[in-house]
Design a protein around this ligand. Structure first.
Ligand SMILES: Nc1nc2c(c(=O)[nH]1)N[C@H]1C(S)=C(S)[C@@H](COP(=O)(O)OP(=O)(O)OC[C@H]3O[C@@H](n4cnc5c(N)ncnc54)[C@H](O)[C@@H]3O)O[C@H]1N2
Ligand code: MOO
Length: 409
């Protein structure tokens, strides 16, 4: 049997960052920068005021105090966006607002609170009640970024602060890795669409909905198909169409990969570039992995709903993140160490991925209170983490300390 880590490595090896595309700022959120975004001018562009007040020469106001105020003649007004072209000469000041360029001759700003001025009134003179040292309340040109500085590095996931940083250097477009489009295919004659009444022996297809949502949560666009019947020819035809579609970057199937007499995915893909292996993990032992004939990566996951979920988490999600351009070191879930409040059995010789919920930041319980069965689909609604029980442990006891992959934050 293949180890969990070996199969994770094999799954990740199918993925490479998708080619870069240029997008506008409105479409960049959640994508990964494919090139550095570089400042081409200093930021701020010019020395400017950090306060609403008066631009002065520090030497003029140095002796000012509440008892010995210094009176300056107000030459001009400098609101943000309408710089003053006047020069501050000895004995003068320019009324200035936050963000306005510092006028020539001035080397400091006195906040309005340290004067007798009452904004918005305009007065010909101002009494300054406190001295300020040179450069006080002045934001220097280039102190945020200098020309050539990288403001968003290649490989960075674009969130709101990064969108702001790109816009602040005056760029409205950037190069990002394309968002993967991932086809999700459920197989099984027993499946009906959620909302349709199931006959005896039938059940709602939950996997394709879970997978489509998981694909979206992983930052990719899902294309949901099926459920398809247990007919290898029909499945092969559907997979061939997906493989030939240049907009589809990966295919994920559910079901039909174990040892049954009607295991359609295995039957359809036997002898192709997809290999079917047993992985030493529970749930999720039977797995298919490889490339369709035209090269599209295919992840064939087992049909049990909990197996589908845990398999997506540890095998498919990291590969999709890699396609998005996320660094290999960052494609896995954050791991925490937690003590379990309950105990359970784990299969000897197989690692176990136990769905858990957090009862405290460092304490977990099973999400599936009824047991560890991979059919307990509704219990998944409680999952916040996957506790990883090592392959050489066959019993977990309350009080044991486990590694837990945080799947919900
Ligand atoms: N003789 C053996 N039998 C089984 C083995 C084995 O090694 N030898 N492995 C077991 C394990 S472990 C798993 S996991 C399952 C995997 O089976 P398949 O991938 O072939 O999946 P199916 O048989 O198609 O379905 C399994 C189970 O899941 C339900 N299912 C399937 N698709 C959906 C869906 N879209 N939505 C909701 N539920 C779904 C299906 O009805 C079955 O109950 O095999 C074991 N057997
Ligand atoms: O490994 Mo199966 O995936 O136990 O349910």
């Amino acid at each position: 049997m293949r180890t969990l880590t070996e199969h994770q490595d094999a799954a990740l090896a199918l993925a490479a960052p998708l080619p870069p595309v240029e997008v506008g700022l409105a479409d960049a959120l959640g994508l990964v920068a494919a090139q550095d975004v570089v400042a081409d001018a200093p930021l701020p562009r010019w020395d400017n005021s950090a306060m609403d007040g008066f631009a002065v020469r520090a030497a003029d106001v140095e002796p000012a105090s509440p008892d010995t105020p210094v009176t300056l003649r107000v030459l001009d007004d400098a609101p943000a966006g309408a710089p003053s072209s006047a020069t501050v000469e000895p004995g003068t000041a320019i009324r200035i607002m936050t963000g306005a360029p510092l006028p020539a001759g001035a080397d400091a700003v006195v906040p309005v609170e340290q004067t007798d001025a009452v904004f918005p009134q305009v007065t010909p003179t101002v009494r300054i009640r406190a001295g300020v040292p040179r450069a006080m309340h002045v934001r220097r040109a280039g102190e945020d970024a200098r020309p050539g500085d990288v403001v968003v590095a290649r490989g960075t996931l674009i969130g709101a602060p990064q969108v702001g940083a790109v816009a602040s250097v005056g760029r409205d477009r950037l190069s990002v890795h394309r968002r993967p489009r991932v086809a999700v295919v459920a197989t099984g004659d027993e499946l009906v669409a959620p909302g349709e009444p199931p006959a005896h022996g039938q059940l709602p297809d939950s996997n394709s909905w879970l997978l489509a949502a998981a694909v979206r949560e992983a930052g990719a666009d899902p294309v949901r198909l099926g459920p398809l019947p247990d007919d290898p020819d029909a499945l092969l035809g559907a997979l061939a169409r997906l493989d030939d579609d240049p907009t589809i970057d990966a295919v994920v199937t559910s079901g039909g990969v174990s040892a049954g007499a009607f295991d359609v995915v295995k039957a359809a893909l036997a002898g192709t570039g997809v290999e079917f292996v047993a992985v030493a993990v529970q749930p999720g032992k039977p797995q298919g992995l490889g490339r369709l004939p035209a090269g599209t990566p295919l992840f064939a996951l087992p049909g049990n709903p909990v197996s589908v979920y845990t398999s997506f988490e540890v095998f498919v999600r990291p590969a999709l993140l890699r396609m998005r351009g996320v660094d290999v070191a960052d494609v896995r879930r954050t791991e925490v160490v937690a003590t379990t409040d309950d105990g359970w059995r784990s299969p000897a010789g197989r690692a176990q991925l136990m769905p858990v919920r957090f009862v405290a930041p460092d304490r977990v319980r099973r999400a599936t209170d009824g047991g560890s069965g991979s059919h307990l689909a509704t219990r998944l609604a409680l999952v916040e983490g996957l506790a990883v029980v090592p392959a050489d442990v066959d019993e977990v006891a309350a009080g044991d300390v486990l590694r837990v992959l945080r799947v919900r934050t």
